[in-house]
Design a protein around this ligand. Structure first.
Ligand SMILES: Cc1ncc(COP(=O)(O)O)c(C=O)c1O
Length: 393
């Protein structure tokens, strides 16, 4: 018998609505388990409605959506793609796989998103695309980035892995650039274990996106009766999500608004719980700029320095609370150095990566658990930290 440890607060627990198994049973009874079944079609239609986009292709991961983006844009050796170093590894591997060079640009100290003011100086005659990452489901400055992309004829590909149900000036994340990639990995707000969606906003890319995601064939046109047989027409791979996984996703997508609302309440609880500590200069809380409606994907704190961050994580572990740091910047990794290029200083990236701690955050966490985390953090601050002589930036 498995004994549940009720005193331990995990960093993440995938949310389950309770209707997933029924949906999977329905998919099984329909005898269509691979991609393109009824649940895939329902999820796609709902996503296109919620995101208000012309095409939402269900794929097996956000990584697949990013790789499809690189294929669609035909980036290759000699091309450069601008992105933050402060991101998940597949933002970069998707483009490095095609032989393109990720060019790492520093982030903003407030949102930890790509610093739009530094992007123009990183553009060369080899630049093909800008890939902003909406960290923690808080939007990048998409107006500034879209203007740059227009001015230099570059593609804008949003890594909105963390951005489901978040908006920028009212527009869903993933729908501002030519292409957007969203994740349904188990760590994300809405999940099917591992899945994702490629949001195709540039209508000129739609037909090819469908072909590339379906092993380079025009099978979708065949099923719509637009061609009398289907055949190999282009490069591609098996990127589409299985209908079994889409069945799991379906009830989650239907509940996405209430999932977001619930997470926001938890996020707000954390935020008000740390207001005094921020006022006293002991830590810094997340910043949400005007126009960004975030999705409470994560709650993090910025500590005064790395030692304070490491001490906090260790002391929380003692209190049976699992908190983690985030990300080790890509430019400092062996493959980042081999395949990427650093543009100017990445001082903010290095600094934030040293000081950030992510707190447990999952749908189903109770206010009592949030309070336990807040109390444990505040206790640690009182015991081991001195207020900074300058405010924590
Ligand atoms: C910013 C970012 N990009 C890409 C990914 C990859 O998503 P997936 O696991 O769905 O492939 C993640 C996943 O954590 C992410 O956070």
């Amino acid at each position: 018998m498995r004994i549940l440890d009720t005193t331990h607060i995990p960093f993440n627990r995938p949310y389950v609505t309770g209707r997933e198994l029924d949906a999977i049973a329905e998919a099984v009874s329909q005898a269509h388990l691979s991609a393109g079944g009824s649940f895939s079609n329902r999820c796609r239609a709902l996503l296109e409605e919620v995101l208000n986009c012309p095409m939402a292709l269900l794929v097996h991961s956000c990584t697949a959506a990013l790789e499809l983006s690189a294929l669609l844009l035909e980036v290759g050796p000699g091309d450069e793609v601008i992105m933050p170093s402060y991101t998940f590894v597949t933002t970069a591997t998707a483009f490095a796989l095609r032989g393109a060079t990720p060019v790492f640009v520093d982030i903003r100290p407030d949102t930890l998103n790509l610093n739009e003011n530094l992007v123009e100086s990183a553009i060369t005659e080899r630049t093909r695309a800008i890939v902003p990452v909406h960290y923690a489901g808080v939007a990048c400055d998409m107006s500034a980035l879209a203007q740059l992309a227009d001015a230099y004829s570059l593609a804008l590909v949003e890594d909105a892995a963390q951005g489901m149900c978040a908006t920028y000036n009212g527009q869903p994340l993933g729908t501002v650039g030519a292409l957007g990639a969203i994740s349904f990995h188990e760590t994300k707000n809405v999940t099917c274990g591992h899945g994702g969606v490629l949001v195709v906003n540039d209508e000129q890319l739609m037909t090819r996106a469908e072909v590339l995601s379906d092993k380079g064939t025009n099978r979708s046109s065949f099923f719509r009766g637009q061609v009398d047989k289907y055949t190999w027409t282009d490069v591609g791979s098996a990127y589409a999500l299985s209908d079994l996984a889409a069945a799991f996703l379906w009830p989650q997508l239907q509940e996405s608004a209430s999932i977001t609302e619930n997470r926001r309440q938890l996020w707000n609880e954390y935020h008000s719980g740390f207001a005094d500590a921020e006022r006293e200069g002991l830590l810094r809380r997340p910043v949400i700029p005007d126009g960004c409606d975030h999705n409470a994907h994560m709650y993090y704190l910025i500590m005064p320095d790395r030692a304070a961050r490491d001490r906090l994580i260790a002391e929380l572990e003692q209190a049976r609370i699992n908190a983690v740091f985030h990300y080790i910047p890509l430019h400092s990794s062996p493959a980042g150095r081999r395949y990427g290029r650093t543009h100017a200083s990445l001082a903010v990236t290095d600094d934030m990566s040293d000081r950030l701690v992510r707190l447990p955050m999952w749908n189903g966490m109770t206010p009592a658990l949030i309070d336990r985390v807040i109390d444990a953090v505040v206790k640690t601050l009182g015991r081991s930290l001195r207020p900074m002589s300058v405010p924590v930036r």
